[in-house]
Design a protein around this ligand. Structure first.
Ligand SMILES: NC(=O)c1ccc[n+]([C@@H]2O[C@H](COP(=O)([O-])OP(=O)(O)OC[C@H]3O[C@@H](n4cnc5c(N)ncnc54)[C@H](OP(=O)(O)O)[C@@H]3O)[C@@H](O)[C@H]2O)c1
Length: 321
């Protein structure tokens, strides 16, 4: 039997969105997934759920009337729209601040029960990052427009569907060396995508409102430790070397010219700051929702795709037998 609550998800075609669709529809919720392009993203979204539990909607993301019409059919809204680099000027501000402001305003106007907004961990200290500033401004506007909203601040989220571990696995397959920025000492608390989906699911089950929560996995790992674990998992040895900051900046300036940049100056600035709990907010542990999946165990479940032999690799065959 379907749950009466219907969940409206903006940014549903991303890593977290797809995991959420699986989690909610499996638990009998009806999901309305919003994308900017059904032609490009529809096939990825549709395959995440059983027939009858998912509606797919294509809208122009700043169209108030289209957003309101979808909110009228929903009781809970989750905003997952986010970008990692700007393709045009002020895009961070538009996507991370102006859009959440509009969604939260319309969520209140349409009397939604819950509004859940995804921000990020480790923004408060990163005063020289435009990404961080725009995300913080979005948090402020969401809290002001929909005071009972839930704001989630995850550390780096990973899975076979991410742009993080899989990017490094791709790069390690072709590059003999890999630069470390800030000597690879920046700390992270990586969280698996299914743990984030579970946190959001539990927040809805418990009908929680009016909290800002930092979402963290079970381990604190430095950037270098993360890369070493990825290398071990794909069974490769590569030289990791510290790149002095002026060279790193030059490196980032070149990379950010690429259509999908490997690194931008803004990301380099952000990488300087630890991505760990601030102690300013509650964490998922404080609200009694654990996120137990360990980085090395989880990447081992999909890294065989990047080892020699790919899906036919000995590592995968051993695991299956
Ligand atoms: N992944 C992480 O490690 C991580 C860590 C901390 C915080 N977060 C936050 O969590 C949220 C979800 O993360 P995610 O990794 O699932 O996101 P994602 O895959 O990078 O993107 C989510 C969706 O946003 C939409 N989108 C992208 N650019 C857009 C644009 N310019 N205008 C309008 N829509 C756009 C896309 O949907 P369509 O193309 O279908 O429209 C995309 O599928 C984001 O706010 C992110 O900042 C993520």
């Amino acid at each position: 039997m379907k749950n009466q609550d219907s969940i409206l998800i903006f940014g549903a075609s991303g890593q977290i969105g797809k995991s959420l669709i699986r989690k909610f529809t499996k638990n009998n919720y009806r999901v309305i997934a919003v994308t900017r392009s059904i032609h490009q993203k529809g096939y990825q979204i549709k395959t995440q759920s059983n027939y009858g539990y998912l509606d797919l909607e294509e809208i122009k993301i700043f169209n108030e009337e289209e957003i309101s019409n979808l909110m009228k059919k929903s009781s809970i809204c989750i905003n997952l729209i986010g970008i990692l680099f700007e393709k045009k000027k002020n895009e961070f501000d538009l996507i991370h601040s102006v859009l959440p402001s509009l969604l939260s305003k319309l969520a209140l106007k349409n009397s939604l029960k819950q509004f859940i907004h995804l921000s990020a961990l480790g923004l408060e200290t990163a005063t020289d990052s435009n990404y961080a500033k725009s995300k913080l401004s979005g948090e402020e506007k969401v809290r002001k427009n929909f005071p009972n909203s839930i704001i989630l601040k995850p550390s780096i989220v990973y899975s076979v569907d991410d742009n993080f571990t899989t990017n490094f696995m791709n790069l390690f397959n072709v590059l003999p060396i890999m630069p470390l920025y800030y000597e690879g000492k920046t700390k992270f608390t990586p969280i698996h995508v299914s743990d984030i989906a579970n946190i959001i699911f539990e927040i809805i089950q418990k009908k929680m409102t009016g909290e800002t929560i930092e979402c963290i996995g079970p381990e604190v790992l430095t950037f270098k430790e993360i890369l070493l674990k990825i290398l071990k998992s794909i069974n490769k040895k590569r030289l990791l070397f510290s790149l002095p900051l002026p060279l790193a900046k030059f490196n980032a300036k070149l990379f950010q010219l690429m259509p999908k940049p490997l690194l931008t100056i803004d990301q380099l600035n952000l990488l300087k700051y630890d991505n760990i709990v601030s102690k300013k907010y509650k964490t998922n542990l404080d609200i009694k929702i654990e996120a137990n999946k360990k980085f090395e165990d989880e990447i081992n479940r999909y890294s065989f795709n990047w080892t020699s032999g790919g899906q036919f690799s000995k590592k995968r065959i051993d695991k299956l037998s």
